[in-house]
Design a protein around this ligand. Sequence first.
Ligand SMILES: NC(=O)c1ccc[n+]([C@@H]2O[C@H](COP(=O)([O-])OP(=O)(O)OC[C@H]3O[C@@H](n4cnc5c(N)ncnc54)[C@H](OP(=O)(O)O)[C@@H]3O)[C@@H](O)[C@H]2O)c1
Length: 225
Amino acid sequence: MTLALVTGPSRGIGRATALALAERGVDLVLMGRQSAELAETAELCAAKVQVSIEHCDLADRAALGAACSHVLTQGTPDVIISNAAVIERRSVELTSLDAWDHQLAVNLRAPFQIARAFLPAMRARKSGRILSVGSISSTLGCANAAAYAASKWGLTGFTKSLAEELSGSGVIALVVLPGSVDTEMLAGSGFEPRMGADDVARTLCHYALDAPLAHNGSVIEMFGV
Ligand SMILES: NC(=O)c1ccc[n+]([C@@H]2O[C@H](COP(=O)([O-])OP(=O)(O)OC[C@H]3O[C@@H](n4cnc5c(N)ncnc54)[C@H](OP(=O)(O)O)[C@@H]3O)[C@@H](O)[C@H]2O)c1
């Protein structure tokens, strides 16, 4: 059986991805803050596959470390999908240092911390796929979202660097960069949706389960229609 860990599965792309993986028979570790929405995702997926929940605020490095250690006591995920993120839409002058730190912690440090936690076991097994959800905003500038855009540029840089380290190991890392997706995060942004959460979920499933390992280091841009 394949086991995938998905962060931020309470709604949006994370929920769609968890459901798509469950459709493919993939067992799941759902990692996120406690909420009725997260419990609902788990319930929907549990109709198809084995599901466990790891409650954790990804900005809390101690809690995230403990959650990863707990997952490892039960098994090593074959697939990691670091999807959770947060955006605070403000100009640079109005972005507080705390808001900067929070967005960098959730969007960039957490994917690094998660990859770091599972890499030794994946390397030992000579297999594993570490996927992250970045953003098209990491290919250009993004007014009123500098911290978010910086975190996503960082995520691409981290992923490509990790991929270099992983070359020939059997473990791969890649990042998917969606454009405007019809989710809660897009609401109020002024951008029109150009794809649905399912489009991103299907793409993530492809790279998690089917795509050749030769995609190590790939940056998959999704502009929408
Ligand atoms: N929507 C778009 O247009 C778009 C475009 C490009 C890239 N993306 C990327 O796609 C990914 C998913 O976004 P989405 O549109 O599905 O957003 P969303 O609907 O706002 O969902 C965000 C998810 O992240 C979780 N999360 C946020 N802060 C967290 C924290 N501190 N600890 C744990 N979980 C946390 C949320 O959980 P809670 O329920 O606990 O809040 C939620 O499950 C993100 O990486 C985003 O940057 C989205």
